[in-house]
Design a protein around this ligand. Structure first.
Ligand code: DQA
Length: 156
């Protein structure tokens, strides 16, 4: 049986979770969040879960390109790149699998106007925001169901 890979991609400043503005991002560290996501991915039928974070835009583009054919499903939170990176938009366009955009905070209703716009939403299958860590778990469940075959098994 071939590998069912879930890729969980994080952009700039998300390595600072736990320390960053807890009112918007909660108190959990990225490592704690990734552990919960990995556990839920395993429960949901993914055979592997790759977690990747970078503060360099080109590295995220390269990671997306690398995964474009091999991932069964992708979760992405690009951080501030969400709001202006056409390079990440164009890389996501190459991804064959379903992609869910996740934000910890409710970006559509935040004070800064520039945060309310996402330039990647149109190349994602779904956007979940404002649900904190729960949003990631919801994305995993949705993607597991979306990529499941007729018997509830993940499709080859
Ligand atoms: C974020 C929201 C972005 O506006 C911000 O730049 C982030 C995190 C979120 O998860 O709520 O870094 O993507």
């Amino acid at each position: 049986m071939s590998e069912r890979l879930l890729a969980v991609l994080h952009g700039c400043n998300l390595n600072m979770l736990g320390e960053r503005d807890p009112a918007h991002y909660g108190r959990q560290t990225l490592t704690e969040l990734e552990t919960l996501v990995k556990e839920h991915a395993a429960r949901s039928g993914f055979s592997a879960c790759l977690c990747f974070q970078t503060n360099h835009e080109g590295e995220l583009v390269e990671q997306i390109q690398k995964l474009r054919l091999s991932a069964a499903a992708v979760i992405i939170n690009p951080g501030a790149w969400t709001h202006y990176s056409y390079a990440i938009h164009d890389a996501l366009e190459l991804v064959r699998s379903p992609v869910v955009e996740v934000h910890l905070s409710d970006v559509a209703h935040r004070q800064e106007e520039w945060r309310r716009r996402s330039v990647i939403s149109d190349v994602c299958d779904r956007t979940i925001s404002g649900k904190g860590t729960e949003g990631y778990l919801e994305a995993v469940s949705w993607l597991a169901e979306r990529t499941a075959g007729p018997e509830g098994k993940l499709e080859t």
